[in-house]
Design a protein around this ligand. Structure first.
Ligand code: ATP
Length: 231
């Protein structure tokens, strides 16, 4: 991938769930370090679009590049390589409940090919520090608040220094104050050069942390969609 190449480029793309067409004529470009919201009513295709971007759903029509990978040529063997180059954050954190924070991160590093113990330990310390959990590596997930668990999920997404983080409702389970902390963290990560695409229903977040908005509506995606905060 060349430095000037967009982080995401979809051209005339269609998004399917099985044989059902969810979104058509999708044209999106996201550049390095951009923060982009993905909004739209429930069931309009936000998660399906994100899944296509992280290789969970195949791109059947149109063309798509994500962090230098050609989605059209993506098969199950290439998905792990794509996933090493982007981070994914979910609403429900998806931490392994049988091991502590440190071992959750170690598991993710080992699963993506890291072998050197010193490098693994340095990386875990680095990402925990970045998300403000430098002293919490020994804690089990159930010993953490929702906001802290989301920070661990974000730390995990950052392990391989991705140029893109895809976040599906990362503040969906959090109270407003905790969600502000997560948004500040995501914007800080973004300012350091990582592009972020975040699906959300949370209009308060959009108001407090304004940025570019994509909207899924009537089977299409509109860019720079005006947000009606009363809806
Ligand atoms: N695994 C699946 N198999 C078949 N259809 C699905 C599947 N997942 C979602 N869909 C359908 O695809 C459409 C888009 O769903 P999607 O989850 O992408 O919407 P969304 O905008 O993310 O919704 P929400 O805001 O509720 O998360 C819906 O009609 C949904 O029923």
């Amino acid at each position: 991938m060349t430095p000037e190449q967009p982080i995401i480029q979809l051209t005339n793309a269609s998004i399917y769930q099985g044989n059902s067409l969810i979104l058509s004529d999708v044209n999106i470009t996201v550049n390095k370090g951009e923060f982009v919201y993905l909004i739209g009513k429930t069931g309009t295709g936000k998660s399906s679009l994100l899944k296509t971007l992280y290789g969970d759903l195949p791109l059947k029509d149109g063309t798509g590049q994500v962090v230098g990978f050609d989605l059209k040529k993506m098969d199950w063997k290439k998905v792990p390589y794509l996933r090493r180059n982007l981070g994914v954050v979910f609403q429900d954190f998806q931490l392994l409940t049988d091991r502590n924070v440190h071992d959750n991160l170690k598991f993710a590093l080992r699963a993506t090919g890291w072998q050197d113990n010193k490098q693994i330990e340095d990386k875990i310390a680095d990402v925990l520090d970045k998300v403000g959990l430098g002293t919490k590596g020994f804690k089990m997930p159930y010993e953490l608040s929702g906001g802290e668990q989301q920070r661990v999920d974000i730390a995990r997404a950052m392990l391989n220094s991705p140029r893109l983080i895809l976040a599906d409702e990362p503040t969906g389970n959090l109270d407003p104050e905790t969600s502000d902390g997560i948004m500040q963290l995501l914007f800080r990560i973004c300012r350091e050069g990582t592009a972020i695409v975040m699906a959300t229903h949370d209009y308060i977040v959009l108001q407090k942390f304004p940025s570019r908005v994509l909207r899924t509506e009537n089977g299409h995606v509109t860019d720079n969609a005006a947000v009606n905060f009363s809806s």
